[in-house]
Design a protein around this ligand. Structure first.
Ligand SMILES: NC(=O)c1ccc[n+]([C@@H]2O[C@H](COP(=O)([O-])OP(=O)(O)OC[C@H]3O[C@@H](n4cnc5c(N)ncnc54)[C@H](OP(=O)(O)O)[C@@H]3O)[C@@H](O)[C@H]2O)c1
Length: 255
């Protein structure tokens, strides 16, 4: 048993990570902006899973928000043994003609916060000789759907680089590359998830469990479901000219 700090715990995949870890008896630190939702979830987790739950409301788009979470990761008392960098969002816009504030918000949450929090975690966990980090990337990291793909590709390559640094330290890091999931992700950016066939969606509960199992095995990259594993293989070996032609911004689903 340990203590997991999960960013973006208030909904979707983050919430599923929280339930999966609580079911195993782990204590939790829940991070997101919406403190009411976090407190409600924390109460349910305490009652149903009988685990300790801290609520740490923070906006990862702000320096202060990221700093407060980094400080919690570095705390000596009630140490965090598993960090899950999960918070993220769609851009909901094209880069050309898009709002630059929204672009900066996305890079702050999905790149800057992941960098700072992973830095805090490895520098706290390595001296202890143990610890685990899971970074949520996306299958989109293999495509070219605007800056979202770029951010998720950064998460994947960053994770691989840190994994190499961590060899022999007792600390593991894993990037999970989910495909489409039914969460609040699409509705937040007003994308109609109904435009995709149902078989293309994965269950976020399954994704959370696959990611946790892979992290425990020390696997650096994990792609849930056979269908998306095949998609990953195809995108890895396809000529980039083809990827640019067929897996560009039009795949993002904005109508
Ligand atoms: N859904 C998909 O199809 C899909 C596919 C591949 C990868 N992913 C990735 O999976 C991860 C989880 O997304 P999801 O699908 O579960 O979407 P979601 O249901 O919209 O959850 C996103 C979470 O991120 C939090 N968040 C957003 N902005 C934040 C900020 N500025 N500061 C702190 N927390 C913030 C949200 O909480 P608050 O609003 O309370 O802050 C929420 O808890 C993301 O990294 C996403 O990119 C999703």
């Amino acid at each position: 048993m340990g203590r997991a700090l999960i960013t973006g715990a208030s909904s979707g995949l983050g919430r599923e990570f929280a339930w999966a870890l609580a079911a195993e008896g782990n204590d939790l630190v829940l991070v997101a902006r919406d403190s009411d939702r976090l407190n409600k979830l924390a109460d349910e987790l305490r009652q149903k899973a009988n685990v300790g739950v801290e609520v740490l409301p923070a906006d990862l788009n702000s320096v202060d928000g990221v700093d407060s979470v980094a400080k919690r990761i570095q705390a000596v008392n009630q140490p965090v043994t598993l960090l899950i960098n999960n918070a993220g969002m769609g851009l909901g816009q094209d880069f050309v003609g898009g709002d630059i504030t929204r672009e900066l918000n996305a890079i702050n949450v999905m790149v800057n916060a992941v960098l700072v929090l992973t830095h805090a975690a490895v520098n706290t966990m390595v001296p202890r000789g143990r610890g685990t980090i899971i970074n949520v990337s996306s299958i989109t990291s293999m495509t070219v759907q605007g800056t979202y793909s770029a951010h998720k590709a950064w998460v994947k390559v960053f994770t691989e680089g840190v994994a190499t640094d961590l060899e022999g330290t007792g600390v593991n890091i894993t990037a999970v590359l989910p495909g489409l999931m039914h969460t609040e992700f699409h509705q937040r950016v007003k994308v109609d998830a109904g435009q995709w066939q149902e078989f293309m969606f994965m269950d976020p509960q399954y994704v959370a469990n696959v990611a946790l199992d892979a992290a425990r095995r020390g696997q650096v990259i994990v792609v849930p479901t056979a269908m998306y594993k095949a998609t990953y293989g195809l995108l890895k070996f396809a000529p980039r000219t083809l990827v640019r032609r067929f897996a560009g911004p039009k795949m993002s689903g904005r109508l």
